[in-house]
Design a protein around this ligand. Structure first.
Ligand SMILES: Nc1ncnc2c1ncn2[C@@H]1O[C@H](COP(=O)(O)OP(=O)(O)OP(=O)(O)O)[C@@H](O)[C@H]1O
Ligand SMILES: [Mg+2]
Length: 508
């Protein structure tokens, strides 16, 4: 097994005598094993320090548990060394420690010593930003997971404890499902599968997927959705549906061979209640990708300074689960900096967002962004720049034909035969209503019919429509502005939307 990308990166930095490196990883054991390998190759002493053990046996009895004293001892070391500080992020709140670190770093420039801070979260005091290189220790890849699986299989044969029934292709499938887990999580997931099934066979994949869902839930930044929504449940929006269907094919290996780039993502702008969120869910179920909703509120929650780290972690998790759809619902709310009391300040918001944008620009993993927004004035212009996402669609109020389809869908969903209703007339009576309002009218009508002890009729629905004031009436100005804005920047999600008609008119 060749060295990992981050191993090469770390070794290069050490050779180049970078004094201070921050290695971000949940996997202490795995990371330490890697650093040990490097120390042997470079013939440097390896010391590791933790707040509970100090330097342990590495520096004899006097080894300091106090972080300041530990830094002093490190300063006095004469020989070339790699010094690993475990969980030191917690100590770096202290101005005295920060000062000492800066002094050390200055003195290291002419020595063969490197300090490596090893921690699961990245928190860098501003004073150290310029002195420090950050390496993300990626989760184990294909090869590492493969050797893990081989080890587990070998163990079963040695101990003869459980049967293994996996073809070559099934092994590959199982290894693929383990991606996104740390090495110890992957090991646990395999053990879990063996205990559950009394053997190791292809059904382990289901156990692993369950474990992955658990892990995503625990992260609290992402929400795992079981998307069941299908195109049949979305009325109208044909051009958008066609686009999604076409893009789905661009994830295949053939598409790569053909020279197509990996799809990046989609932004749906538009009027409230017209199916933006609904469409995001259908993307995942149509492509059979897991759907992960990024919770902007959770990203900005917690301590100040944690937001960027949260964003990085969410991105890492999504990449690990890839291919997947990463759903950012109502993206402007997370980015406006005014939504919740947790949002600390505009600077934080900007930094978090720039982390996100940089990733969008550079991402190579098949994580498809499905973002929605209502309010364009809060949307950062950088997001709209070409190349960041594949396309921007404007989702307008449904036209008459679309309203017909939406009525049909929602009447059928309430277990009534749409054929019994005059859909034509319903569509005519609901000009300016959104999909959500049409759904609401059907529900109102149903409840009225129920309270009268009658079957749902055409009249019930017409009355329910009349009793509602659609948003398009109270918000007509906002909607017009949105249409104006979108007419030059977004594609219409529907072939004959009022916007398309308007464009046609102004062109003609
Ligand atoms: N085109 C449509 N076809 C069928 N149902 C629709 C359609 N548009 C909206 N609906 C119904 O309205 C509900 C709400 O729509 P959705 O949440 O997708 O709107 P949205 O555009 O995301 O609105 P918001 O901007 O308020 O988030 C959907 O779950 C669905 O039941
Ligand atoms: Mg929505």
């Amino acid at each position: 097994m060749g060295p990992l990308k981050q191993e090469i990166e770390l070794e290069v930095l050490i050779r180049a005598r970078f004094p201070l490196i921050y290695l971000v990883s949940w996997e202490e054991q795995r990371a330490l094993a890697m650093i040990e390998g490097i120390s042997q190759r470079q013939r440097k002493k390896l010391l590791s320090w933790s707040i509970t053990e100090g330097f342990g046996q590495d520096l004899g009895q006097s080894a300091a548990k106090d972080p300041q004293a530990a830094l002093c001892q490190i300063g006095e070391l004469r020989e070339p060394a790699l010094i690993v500080l475990k969980d030191f992020h917690a100590c770096m709140q202290d101005p005295g420690i920060i000062r000492r670190l800066r002094d050390l770093v200055a003195s290291f420039k002419s020595s063969f010593k490197t300090l490596i801070i090893l921690s699961p979260t990245l928190t860098v005091p501003v004073e150290l930003e310029k002195d420090l290189m950050v390496i993300d220790y990626d989760l184990p890849g294909q090869e590492e997971l493969k050797s893990l699986l081989e080890r587990v299989i070998a163990a079963s044969q040695a101990g003869n404890k459980f049967a293994v029934d996996l073809s070559g292709a099934q092994k590959d499938r199982l290894i693929q499902s383990l991606q996104g887990l740390t090495l110890s999580e992957a090991e646990n997931a395999l053990a879990h599968a063996v205990v559950k099934n009394d053997k190791l066979d292809i059904s382990a994949v289901d156990v692993v997927l369950e474990d992955i869902k658990q892990i995503i839930r625990k992260s609290k930044l992402l929400e795992y959705f079981e998307a069941k929504e299908e195109f049949a449940q979305v009325g109208g929006l044909e051009p958008l549906k066609n686009w999604i269907e076409k893009r789905g094919k661009a994830f295949s290996a053939q598409a790569r061979d053909f020279g197509l780039p990996q799809p990046k993502g989609l932004l749906l702008l538009g009027v409230q209640g017209c199916g933006k969120s609904l469409v995001c869910k259908t993307v995942a179920s149509l492509w059979k990708f897991p759907l992960l909703r990024l919770d902007m509120g959770a990203i900005f929650g917690g301590f100040v300074g944690q937001s960027e780290e949260n964003m990085r972690r969410a991105i890492k998790t999504a990449e690990a689960v890839a291919p997947c759809v990463l759903w950012l619902d109502e993206i402007e709310k997370g980015l406006s900096g005014t939504q919740s009391s947790h949002v600390s300040d505009a600077g934080t918001t900007a930094r978090v967002f720039s982390t996100f944008l940089t990733w969008l620009q550079e991402k190579t993993k098949p994580v498809f962004i499905a973002a929605t927004a209502n309010n364009i004035s809060l949307l950062p212009p950088e997001l709209l720049r070409k190349g960041r996402l594949d396309d921007i669609f404007f989702v307008d109020l449904p036209n008459e034909q679309e309203r017909k389809e939406i009525f049909s869908i929602h009447i059928a969903r309430r277990r009534r035969d749409p054929g019994r209703f005059d859909l034509e007339r319903l569509a005519q009576s609901s000009g300016g209503y959104s999909g959500a309002e049409i759904e609401q009218a059907v529900i109102e009508a149903l409840s009225e019919a129920f309270s009268q002890g009658k079957e749902l009729s055409q009249d019930h629905i017409i009355k329910a429509l009349a009793a509602q004031i659609p948003l398009s009436r109270t918000m007509s100005e906002e909607i017009d502005k949105l249409r104006q804005w979108a007419s030059t920047r977004a594609r219409p999600a529907s072939a004959t939307s009022p916007m398309a008609a308007q464009n046609g008119a102004s062109r003609g």
